[in-house]
Design a protein around this ligand. Structure first.
Ligand SMILES: NC(=O)c1ccc[n+]([C@@H]2O[C@H](COP(=O)([O-])OP(=O)(O)OC[C@H]3O[C@@H](n4cnc5c(N)ncnc54)[C@H](O)[C@@H]3O)[C@@H](O)[C@H]2O)c1
Length: 455
């Protein structure tokens, strides 16, 4: 029987398919032999470590940021991210494996683009995706055949498909054939000595199976574990589950801490003993409130999206409520500590230890310390802070400098508040030098003194 004749349309469709397969194949080859050129947009806590890792894998990486000062610093061989050594940046520059720029036309010659821009909340506490839109606009302008685009910014489920894809598809290029698009949440934990960009498993969900395949291929060139999921929405939701899990459990333990205070039970001892259970329990600790760019913000991306489809995310809202109240509780503890000395908060000198949002890092974003300082200032306290990682902050419309952690300085204050338990603080000395201490982190665990008011 003669072979059926293929129509011209079928032939061109076949040709297109094989061109598409060729685009994916060529990109995979360039990734495998490390001749691909990589771009990372947004060189902050997430983007810079990623750019450095990929450059260390042997790729030529260009980092793009709108912040001229950051770009200049990097091109001078200096890092501004604590987890990225300056020596690494300098060495990669010398090897011509890394450079930074503010010029998005660099994307024209790049095979892959990772978007790592901020995703804050608006004043109304709704997702502010304007940074993603700005970055995707530039990517769309320079999109070309065979390019892989991966969004890494934490965001609500649907962002990649509903927001980014239409912007890129306006080019006329087809996703999964001409270009590749995926979402891969970043899980970096600044200051964590055990886990970093390289050894934290990376979840990846592509818009099509071909997109997932090339995105996985990219990360496998450097990262130790890559976990493929079926879609960008799943990958987006994974990140929000992780951060909501943290927020809700911290909310639970914060509530338990308030409850224990009423019942005169030591919550820290309770958690310590509960944590001896070898299964089915994971310790979370109370504190002065949530901080950082992720846990206080990301769950609200999810509740916003849920609300848009008529679903009320009650756990998220409740945890937000409990955690958001903690700075007020700390203020009450300061009042109690001052009261024990017969002092009122108005006119008292209060020293806050630690303004970074967690121990041993320099990031003050959303830090509850700032909230506590502001609330105490409003009540008339004279506030100063000490933090070896944060030399100065903007506070009450002025620049406030960190006070040195010395006997002479600490003795000036009526009350010290341990808001962030940096390892660098000497807590024995703090106990000796202070008139009163509010310990929100159990940093003075095991020490007994009437000076200490514990959360
Ligand atoms: N910091 C963390 O620990 C962490 C962890 C996991 C996920 N994330 C998520 O990763 C994303 C980035 O967070 P980050 O902490 O790295 O933020 P960051 O503020 O440290 O860095 C973002 C960088 O993007 C730049 N930028 C802003 N708009 C830009 C644009 N249009 N084009 C190019 N550059 C632009 C900024 O100048 C800045 O240098 C956020 O979605 C965040 O939620 C952060």
């Amino acid at each position: 029987m003669p072979a059926p004749r293929r129509s011209k349309n079928t032939r061109s469709a076949t040709l297109e398919r094989s061109n598409s397969a060729a685009a994916a194949h060529a990109l995979e080859q360039r990734l495998e032999n490390h001749t691909a050129r990589l771009a990372v947009i947004g060189l902050g806590y997430v983007g810079l470590p990623l750019a450095v890792e990929m450059a260390q894998a042997g790729f030529e990486v260009v980092g793009i940021d709108i912040d001229e000062k950051r770009v200049r610093q990097l091109n001078d061989g200096r890092s501004y991210i604590q987890d990225v050594p300056t020596a690494d940046v300098a060495e990669l520059l010398r090897q011509k494996r890394f450079r930074a720029t503010t010029d998005f036309s660099a994307l024209k010659t790049c095979d892959t683009v990772n978007i790592c821009v901020p995703t804050p909340l608006s004043k109304q506490r709704d997702p502010d995706v304007s940074f993603i839109v700005a970055a995707a606009t530039e990517v769309a302008r320079h999109l070309h055949r065979g390019q892989l685009v991966i969004l890494e910014s934490t965001t609500y489920p649907g962002t990649t498909d509903e927001l980014v894809l239409p912007m890129l598809a306006e080019s006329g290029l087809e996703v999964g054939h001409d270009f590749f698009l995926a979402f891969s949440p970043e899980r970096v934990d600044p200051g964590n000595p055990n886990f970093n960009t390289r050894n934290i498993p990376k979840v990846v969900g592509g818009v099509t199976p071909a997109c997932t395949k090339v995105a996985v291929k990219l990360y496998r060139q450097r990262l130790e574990h890559v976990v493929a999921v079926s879609s960008p929405q799943v990958a987006e939701m994974v990140k929000l589950l992780e951060n909501t899990f943290r927020s809700v459990n911290i909310g639970l333990v914060n509530e338990l801490a308030l409850m224990c205070a009423r019942l005169k039970i030591d919550v820290w001892e309770v958690i310590r003993a509960a944590a001896t259970k070898p299964f089915g329990f994971m310790p979370f600790y109370p504190g002065p409130g949530l901080g950082g760019h992720c846990i206080p913000i990301d769950p609200f991306y999810l509740s916003w999206k849920a609300r848009a489809s008529g679903f009320e995310a009650r756990f998220i809202e409740l945890a937000g409520h409990v955690n958001g109240h903690m700075p007020d509780h700390v203020v009450d503890l300061v009042l109690e500590a001052l009261n024990q000395q017969g002092k009122s908060v108005r006119g008292s000198n209060v020293l806050v230890l630690g303004v970074a949002y967690k121990a041993d890092i320099d990031d003050v974003r959303e830090s509850p310390s700032l909230d506590i300082m502001e609330k105490l200032r409003e009540k008339g306290a004279k506030i100063e802070y000490t933090d070896p990682h944060v030399p100065s902050i903007q506070f009450a419309g002025a620049t406030l400098k960190s006070v040195p952690f010395t006997a002479a300085q600490v003795r000036r204050f009526d009350c010290a508040v341990v808001a962030t338990a940096h390892k660098a603080f000497d807590y024995d000395a703090l106990l000796e030098w202070s008139k009163a201490i509010v310990d929100t982190r159990n940093a003075l665990a095991g020490k007994r003194s009437p000076k200490i008011v514990r959360l």
